[in-house]
Structure formats: structure tokens, C-alpha cells
Ligand binder design. Structure first.
Ligand code: AMP
Length: 123
């Protein structure tokens, strides 16, 4: 897999506002926040997309959600709520090909998440 900017953050080759780290997972604030709180939870193991997650990665993916919930509790927004979302490939809006969980909080979010949603688009 080609090295991404997130590998450079893991290796401390470029700076990031890191808010959580353990042996397998790293979390840092998004450089272009889309909500009052917006951070990314990434595995240290490089996995390009959701499609590249292997069965052996199942526990690692679970640990990403555990880290997200733990940070949410520590930051005090777990009861108000938040959105945790992972984009996949171009139609999903993925731009960095190292999987990452976006965690967005601090405001009530609408649904659906895309602005051009029209009822006639639905099956
Ligand atoms: P996605 O479009 O789902 O692949 O999300 C990639 C996210 O990474 C975007 O929200 C970017 O703002 C964020 N991002 C890109 N480079 C950095 C960086 N150096 N530090 C923090 N966040 C970044």
C-alpha cells in the first residue's frame, strides 16, 4: 500500500494534534474540522479502505470504536451524542487511503448527510 499522510503522522514525520494513542490506534484532530469537535481515529496498521479490512483486523476495527467512545466520554460529549463515520472510495468521499473513523460532535447533525439528497433519488 502506498504511504499516506497518516503514516507520516504515525511516524511523527509531520505534526498533528494527537489526542489519543495506544499500541494499535491513534487519534488526532482533523485539520479541516466539519463540526465543533472533529477528530480522526486511525489504526497504526495501514489499511487502504474498508474493502481491504481482513478478518484478522476485526478486533482492531473494534478497538477504533472503543477508542472513539472512550475519547467521547473523556471529552464529555458521549451523552449529547456524535457521529462516527468511515468514508470508502470516491463515492464515499474518501481522500486519504488509510482507513479512518471521523468522529464529529458539538452540534446536532442532520440526516441524510449529503446536501443534494432528493426523495426521487431513493429506490
Ligand atoms: P476522507 O475524505 O474521509 O478521506 O477524510 C480525510 C480527512 O483527513 C479530511 O477530513 C481531512 O481534513 C483530514 N486530513 C488530511 N490531512 C490531515 C492532516 N495532516 N492532519 C489532520 N487531518 C488531516
Amino acid at each position: 500500500m502506498a504511504e499516506t499522510i497518516f503514516t507520516k503522522i504515525i511516524d511523527r514525520d509531520i505534526p498533528a494534534d494527537i489526542i489519543y494513542e495506544d499500541d494499535e490506534v491513534l487519534a488526532f484532530n482533523d485539520i479541516n474540522p466539519q463540526a465543533p469537535t472533529h477528530f480522526l481515529v486511525i489504526p497504526k496498521k495501514p489499511i487502504a479502505t474498508i474493502n481491504d479490512i481482513a478478518a484478522e483486523d476485526a478486533e482492531l476495527i473494534g478497538k477504533m470504536y472503543l477508542a472513539a467512545a472512550s475519547i467521547a466520554k473523556e471529552m464529555g460529549f458521549e451523552q449529547n451524542g456524535y457521529r462516527a463515520v468511515m468514508n470508502c472510495n470516491p463515492d464515499g468521499g474518501q481522500t486519504v487511503y488509510h482507513i479512518h473513523l471521523h468522529v464529529l460532535a458539538g452540534k446536532a447533525m442532520g440526516w441524510p448527510p449529503y446536501q443534494d439528497a432528493l426523495k426521487q433519488d431513493l429506490p
